[in-house]
Design a binder for this molecule. Sequence first.
Ligand code: SAM
Ligand code: SF4
Length: 327
Amino acid sequence: MLIDNHNRTINYLRLAVTDRCNLRCNYCMPSEGINFAKRDSVFTIDELCLVAEILVGQGIEKIRITGGEPFVRKDLMVLLRHLTTLKGLNDISVTTNATLIGPHIDELKQLGINNINVSLDAINRGTFEKITRRNQYDTVHNNLIRLISEGFNVRINFIVLEGQNEQDILPILRLMKHYPVSVRFLEEMPFNGGSKTFQKIKWDYKAILAHITEAFPNYRKLESPATSTSINYQIEGHKSTFGLIPSFSRTFCGSCNRLRITATGDVITCLYGKPKANLREMVRGGNPREKVAQTILATLGSRAKTGFEAQNEHEKVFDKSMTSIGG
Ligand code: SAM
Ligand code: SF4
């Protein structure tokens, strides 16, 4: 079992499989991209399988595959197939921009990988193309509709960006009201690879809720697990639900149950903190599994209680891009 120094059980791993991406979302990275990791400093699929096995052996019950864009890796399905064989792993999910998932939808269904988070920050084509700096609107739209109609448990991640997509908040709720999906509005964080800095945001979770309340005053709050990062609601008469994720306000840190491993092997115990160890060299150096497991456990012995505390671990907290951390 993985327990941190604040007595929190860690049973959720966010595993990044690449830092590369075929989109250039302007809140995530600069238009020219970032200094992507060299290929040989990124975990191979065999190494990812091994790391996942070790962590599941230590009590990880849920793995979310993220990136960069996970599906830019041609061998991603090899990892996903392996994950479905791991005893004790109850929940495998993927966060994707939905541009490249199409050819894999049938197999994902067969494997029972049902939980797919799709990042979609606009329903208007022009807004989508401006934010992502690419023209993948039709592909994303078609894949999203397919995932929903094939019965996947789809959650849409919508980052609310001042001056860019606030006019789509209500339309996306109206559009999704007929479908059993969850639309989650996230606060923007300054992890954009140095594109811009900010100390405060206009669209915090309270402002988003106030905006929704004006148009849809009749909604109810839903029960959510204690470790959930989203506060969830359902509007009267809507099949969909919506959620607010205070990722910038950080109101949920106290019950955090997650660990992150980047595509290059860094162990990150808090999104806002410094990496605590690197597993890639350990795995490549032929260290026994027990030693890798001990290193992981040791990183949890000095885990910051909150993101605000973790931020003090280093000065350059906001230099990074979310594509290297995994979201
Ligand atoms: N490429 C995939 C995608 O976009 O879904 C997975 C990786 S992406 C880094 C993971 C999540 O981080 C996405 O939901 C994305 O919207 C979110 N994200 C990226 N940059 C962010 C930022 N600056 N603030 C808040 N969320 C961000
Ligand atoms: Fe790519 Fe996801 Fe970052 Fe957009 S948010 S640039 S899709 S990694």
